[in-house]
Design a protein around this ligand. Structure first.
Ligand code: M6R
Length: 608
């Protein structure tokens, strides 16, 4: 969703802001803008549409000289995506320019108050009240004005403030929306995520909710909500700029699909020590699980589907009830949790609003929590009792791929770890599964290598709309993710059904030529799935089967096949999903879709 950047130093600010905004494009946006302080005047440029338009409008920043500025990509919530509603927003006298991520819930009453005081509003946004409040409270002390303004706001905000009277100084505030400070030499930065900073510095400070910071070229001073200066740890980002670039691939999505063997390896390998699984890096010890009598996995979107895989694996190995809950539902359901409930929260970004609030609610009710998160220092990572990071590196494409597979890998490991401490697994089975987990990176690579023909298969089926997926057990869980991939990047209506459920209604939709993608890798139920394939085939369906490599018996029942390497049945998901990601990618490519930035979608959904 919205992205913010800020810079102060001795270089021209505009090109740095524009570059930073480009790096945030992946989050999803519909308009963009920058404001730069030149002498005593703030100049601003903003426009609907892509950053390229803003670059053209400002001659790549040359029309906005100055060494301190702020920038924003907007994903519209209040008011249409147009030039006026785009950020930054300014106070009437041009003294303040601000950029804001989040939502000001009480903006209507603040607006009424400000209008009564004579302030003129230009936009329909909730954000503009902030610029006028700053103007109202500013008497020469920026920190005071910012704190006073913030005390009036209800909602979520990451805020960047530029003031015409405060040369070279920026102010930022964080409340329920990510904000990171970048520490340079003679220059400093802020941004809503590390990708916008990494070209300039790897030294960052993660702000916490309620904190604010004053940023000048030579100093970064952080304050708590009461305005007291506090010491913050400077963290070092572990990945390089190349990780956030396409590296020769046409799309980030394809690059990230190809990165999965490495990402799974980075997630799994450090957690196997002396032939045992350990989560000590996340502070997780066997004692943490003592007395747990049920597990709830919660997440949104693909992370939720990773959770669906996790349920099958954990229940099978640990014989403990596991439910998978959509975070947007769980948070409002007065959930049945207590101190014996383990909540596992999955989130690539660590900032998904519903997931974060579901975690908060379950914590309030006493649940013990583990977050499986990719973005270091993110809100969910900080909120959970323990965090297990998926070391997938930055994921830029809106459609998650390596985020999902690394979550699945962690869940596989957690299942085996738990089964072991619960005494439910023999040493032989433990070492069998551990070997299987260790092989996941090379098997994911094999999944990629086996499917070089997918581009051609995808072309053959790219006009099938709607289409259906089916499978049983883990195949079913993986199919859910396969269908979501197609929906979000190719805009094809694709729906998943548990194969046994089809004849209870949905089979009525099957007609001559309907494509049914059938996952047939879960061997314990292979024959059952085949009988469902017969059923749809008898009604004229075209069948694209996902089978283990070497399975030629699937013909002539299937029209085409996608192959995956054989794994332990419980560990299949991380490899089985790979060709489905590739299929969605090539279908979307054939249909000419904007693969990395699908319409209406944002990478990180930080509002409800
Ligand atoms: O960052 P998160 O994992 O919390 O995001 C959850 C979903 O928004 C995300 O998985 C979404 O469904 C993706 N676009 C799927 O590709």
């Amino acid at each position: 969703m919205c992205g913010i950047v800020g810079f102060t130093g001795s270089q021209p600010a505009s090109p740095i802001l524009l570059e930073g905004l480009k790096k945030l494009e992946y989050r999803g946006y519909d308009s963009a803008g920058i404001a730069v302080l030149d002498g005593d005047k703030i100049n601003m440029a903003k426009t609907r549409g892509v950053i390229k338009n803003l670059c053209e409008k400002t001659h790549d920043g040359a029309l906005l000289p100055g060494n301190a500025g702020i920038g924003h990509t907007r994903w519209a919530t209040h008011g249409a995506p147009n030039d006026v509603n785009a950020h930054p927003h300014m106070s009437n006298d041009g003294k303040f320019a601000i950029v804001h991520n989040g939502i000001i819930e009480n903006y209507a009453e603040l607006k009424e108050e400000l209008v009564a005081k004579g302030y003129k509003f230009k936009s329909e946004t909730d954000t503009e009240v902030i610029a006028h409040l700053l103007d109202m409270y500013y008497t020469g002390d920026l920190k005071f004005a910012v704190m006073k303004t913030v005390s009036r706001l209800v909602g979520s905000f990451a805020l960047g403030v530029l003031c015409a009277c405060e040369h070279g100084k920026l102010f930022v505030v964080r409340e329920k929306s990510p904000l990171i400070l970048g520490i340079g030499v003679g220059e400093n930065f802020f941004a809503s995520d590390v990708t916008a900073l990494i070209a300039h510095t790897k030294n960052v400070i993660y702000l916490e909710d309620g904190e604010l910071a004053e940023i000048t070229p030579d100093s970064v001073t952080v304050f708590d909500g009461a305005g007291r200066e506090i010491n913050k740890e400077i963290s070092r980002v572990v990945w390089d700029i190349e990780a956030a670039e396409k590296g020769g691939y046409d799309h980030f999505m394809l690059k990230e699909i190809m990165e999965q063997p490495r990402a799974i390896k980075a997630t799994v390998e450090p957690r196997i020590k002396n032939g045992r699984i350990t989560f000590e890096d996340g502070g997780v010890t066997p004692e943490f699980f003592s007395g747990i009598d049920k597990i709830i996995i919660t997440a949104c979107g693909s992370a939720y589907y990773a959770g669906c895989v996790g349920r099958y694996v954990i229940e099978e190995l640990c014989r403990i009830p596991v439910s998978v809950e959509l975070a947007s539902e769980l948070r409002y359901r007065n959930p049945l949790v207590n101190g014996n409930t383990l909540l596992i929260v999955l989130s690539q970004s660590g900032e998904t609003a519903d997931t974060k609030e579901a975690l908060r609610e379950c914590k309030r009710l006493g649940a013990r929590s583990i977050a499986v998160v990719n973005v270091v220092g993110s809100s969910i990572a900080k909120l959970a009792d323990h965090t297990i990071y998926t070391w997938a590196g930055p994921e830029i494409a809106v459609a998650t791929t390596k985020g999902y597979t690394t979550q699945v890998a962690v869940l596989d490991m957690l299942a085996v770890y738990l089964a072991d401490i619960m005494g439910l697994i023999t040493p032989e089975r433990y070492s069998q599964l551990l070997t299987g987990i260790t092989q996941l990176p090379s098997l994911a690579q094999r999944s990629i290598d086996l499917n070089t023909h997918l581009e051609y298969i995808a072309k053959r089926y790219s006009s099938c709309n709607p289409l259906f997926f089916m499978g049983r057990n883990i195949d079913y869980a993986v199919a859910l993710e396969g269908a979501l991939k197609l929906k979000e990047i190719s805009y094809i209506y694709s729906e998943t059904y548990a194969a046994g459920e089809l004849k209870h209604g949905t089979i009525a939709l099957i007609e001559d030529g309907t494509l049914v993608i059938t996952l047939c890798c879960y061997e314990p139920l292979y024959e059952k799935t085949l009988s469902n394939v017969e059923e749809v085939k008898a009604r004229g369906a075209r069948v694209l089967a996902v089978v283990h490599e070497g399975n030629s018996k699937i013909f002539p029942l299937a029209d085409d096949a996608i192959y995956v390497p054989k794994t332990d049945a419980l560990l299949a998901a991380a490899c089985e999903v790979v060709p489905l990601q590739l299929f969605a990618y090539y279908v979307a490519k054939d249909r000419g879709c904007d693969i990395d930035k699908p319409k209406n979608l944002a990478k990180s959904v930080t509002v409800e």
